[in-house]
Design a protein around this ligand. Structure first.
Ligand SMILES: Cc1cc2nc3c(=O)[nH]c(=O)nc-3n(C[C@H](O)[C@H](O)[C@H](O)COP(=O)(O)OP(=O)(O)OC[C@H]3O[C@@H](n4cnc5c(N)ncnc54)[C@H](O)[C@@H]3O)c2cc1C
Length: 383
């Protein structure tokens, strides 16, 4: 009998396990991969704020290079700054291992190569089945990624909408990079609210595309357009990212879902590392409190924390759903006004001068305002 079982050793599960083990409770982490973090399914970008706000100090063990924000490119070639907030290209596999090792260092047991196949209630908590074995615990946290089994079995997640993402990693010399120390996001009608990306990462660079699209075809087309030879790739990365999950509850007595398993990614940009760290940390803290009080209902506080967090603010989904309807003409028209600037430069005089010159944009003014609010939220919390 363990006090807590955490399923999944990604950023969310690792953070949850750290919290519970640090509070002195017997914690078991079950991870289906043989080696935590491999294969990588990520473009490996995370903000400085996303790390430090969750108590993690950037480490040479997994930081590959620093970046000073991100730039958005429109189909016609104009571009604007999305964020000047600093962040990092990381080695995701090492990062995931480093986080879960923090839990192991304080006493957690980690079993890799162990796929969880079932979950059932018992008198004293929960029984988790994995590869023909059973494990009992008073608390269980499902941090088992975007196709989470536990969220569905527990009845917390009732439906999922996932976007597909595909990526090649190249040696740095194989890709022309507009700015060496920024992330680059390329939006266009054909990405249907998603985007293609070029993320410099030390001697390498991640290039990919994601959205409600054929992400492989979009990545190949993007490489062709930019004169990147796919034959020079050194790695291929693919996966899915939560876009919109219907979540009945983020927590039940003695149970919680965290990170991608709870669908907590930013629909505006697909970023899930920071939300995973945040939800994992809070799920772990609530689990530790629930174990200390010997009261499974204490776990329910976690549901309130997630719902109050900026990551699930409805404006994010609203904004990207609106953005999905924009054609290349509209994207370029807006891009031309912002070219070489930051979206933060949009003030009343600029807005009025644009609307006077382009009156067909007037009916969209309220949408623009809400999209600016979503961008503000993304910059502060979403990446
Ligand atoms: C191509 C791509 C690029 C991305 N780029 C970025 C980016 O640049 N920045 C960013 O912030 N986010 C990015 N994301 C999203 C980000 O990777 C995820 O949101 C993040 O990994 C979520 O962490 P997590 O711990 O919730 O889930 P995961 O990292 O998916 O971890 C879940 C773990 O659970 C394990 N597991 C699953 N099922 C079971 C089971 N039945 N039994 C045992 N173990 C199980 C898995 O093996 C995995 O290790 C990207 C995603 C993709 C696919």
């Amino acid at each position: 009998m363990h006090d807590a079982i955490v399923v999944g050793a990604g950023p969310a599960g690792g953070m949850a396990a750290r919290r519970i083990a640090a509070a002195g409770f017997r914690t078991l982490v079950l991870e289906k991969k043989r080696v935590v973090g491999e294969p990588v399914q990520c473009a490996e970008g995370v903000s400085h704020f996303g790390l430090v706000s969750n108590g993690l100090r950037p480490s040479d063990e997994w930081v590959v290079q620093g970046v000073r924000g991100a730039r958005c490119f429109l189909p016609g070639g104009s571009s604007f700054t999305i964020t000047d907030l600093p962040g990092y290209s990381i080695d995701r596999a090492r990062f995931d291992r480093w986080i879960v090792q923090g839990a192991v260092d304080t006493g957690a047991d980690l079993r890799t190569g162990t796929r969880v196949t079932g979950l059932a209630r018992t008198d004293r908590g929960w029984r988790v089945r994995a590869d023909g074995e059973s494990f009992d615990a008073r608390v269980v946290i499902g941090a088992d990624g975007p196709t989470s089994l536990l969220g569905r079995i527990a009845g917390c997640v009732t439906s999922t909408d996932l976007i597909r993402a595909y990526e090649y990693r190249f040696p740095r010399g194989a890709v022309a990079i507009p700015e060496e120390d920024r992330f680059h996001l390329f939006v266009a009608q054909r990405y249907e609210g998603g985007y293609a990306w070029v993320f410099p990462r030390g001697d390498e660079v991640n290039v990919g595309a994601g959205g409600h699209i054929d992400a492989y075809a979009a990545t190949m087309a993007f490489c062709r357009e930019r004169g990147i030879d796919p034959g020079r790739r050194i790695a291929t990365i693919a996966g899915t990212i939560p876009y919109r999950f219907d979540v009945r509850a983020y927590a039940l007595p003695g149970f919680a879902i965290a990170g991608d398993a709870a669908g907590v990614t930013n629909p505006m940009n697909g970023a899930g590392i920071h939300p995973g760290l945040f939800t994992g940390r809070h799920a772990g803290a609530c689990a530790a409190a629930s174990l200390a009080d010997e009261d499974p209902d204490v776990m329910l506080e976690y549901d309130r924390i997630v719902r109050a967090s900026p990551f699930v603010d409805p404006v994010l989904l609203w904004a990207i759903e609106r953005f999905r309807t924009w054609d290349d003409g509209l994207l370029d028209s807006v891009g031309a006004e912002l070219d070489g600037r930051s979206w933060r430069d949009v003030d009343l005089p600029l807005a009025l001068s644009v609307l006077l010159r382009k009156p067909w944009l007037v009916p969209r003014s309220r949408s623009f305002l809400r999209i600016l609010r979503a961008l503000d939220l993304c910059e502060r919390y979403g990446w």
